[in-house]
Design a protein around this ligand. Structure first.
Ligand SMILES: N[C@@H](CCC(=O)N[C@@H](CS)C(=O)NCC(=O)O)C(=O)O
Length: 222
């Protein structure tokens, strides 16, 4: 069986869960509290980070981008990257935007401060960081609206890994109720289209022990 070592609220892990779901690949989820630095997990990934995928052929891959490329090259039936090199480059540009820029400017400032610090008992949330996260998210939602006003999906006419990367980040912040959807109706419509995909259902069923999701989180007409 295929196994994914993950943590619920991790955008990098959500990116892999969504990609496996879109490709119709079955897998078992193992919750890995990576901060506990288990020897058995460090032997799978010396970087000590989730996600880590153990494929049914025994191949073990760490790092979400490496896993994504492996899945695209190994399971080609449902491609999540377009054919043309210029279009693939645009998908990768937008993936980078959300995996790194959005993660740094928004997710780290909100999810890490409000959830991960509590789980890992590494101090109290930094209010300046939280304020910055609330401020920065508007710029990113404006950019999503700008793209969606010109394209069907973020990187072009097809749903792709660009939408998966962005939705993985936003869904983690939405778990906190910190996405100002009302002020960004075009971005909200884009997210509701993704939220209603059957492949997204498992993410909407997440419930962190002791931190239940806000009502609208799993609501398709939020
Ligand atoms: N480059 C890695 C980073 C993933 C990552 O940041 N994972 C976080 C959880 S979201 C983690 O495991 N952090 C533990 C650590 O930094 O030690 C990837 O894309 O898979």
């Amino acid at each position: 069986m295929r196994t994914l070592y993950h943590f619920w609220i991790s955008p990098a892990c959500r990116k892999i869960r969504l990609s496996l779901n879109e490709k119709g690949l079955k897998y078992d989820l193992v919750v890995e509290k990576e901060w506990e630095r288990r020897d058995a997990f460090l032997s799978l990934n010396p970087a000590g980070e989730v996600p880590v995928l153990e494929d049914e052929n025994g191949v073990i891959i760490a790092d979400s981008q490496a896993i994504i490329e492996y899945l695209e090259e190994t399971y080609e039936e449902t491609p999540l990257l377009p054919k043309e090199a210029k279009d693939r480059a645009e998908v990768r540009r937008i993936m980078g935007w959300f995996d790194h820029k959005f993660q740094r400017e928004v997710t780290d400032n909100l999810v890490d401060e409000k959830i991960m610090k509590r789980l890992t008992r590494t101090g109290t949330p930094n209010t300046a960081a939280i304020r910055a996260g609330h401020h920065n998210i508007h710029y990113h939602l404006d950019y999503i609206s700008y793209l969606i006003e010109r394209r069907s999906w973020l990187a072009g006419e097809e749903f792709s890994l660009a939408d998966i990367s962005a939705a993985s980040q936003l869904s983690a912040v939405d778990y906190l109720g910190d996405v100002p959807w009302e002020q960004h109706p075009t971005a909200k419509v884009w997210y509701s289209r993704i939220k209603s995909r059957p492949t997204f259902r498992s993410l909407l069923a997440d419930n962190l022990p002791g931190m239940p999701a806000p009502k609208h989180y799993a609501d398709l007409d939020f």
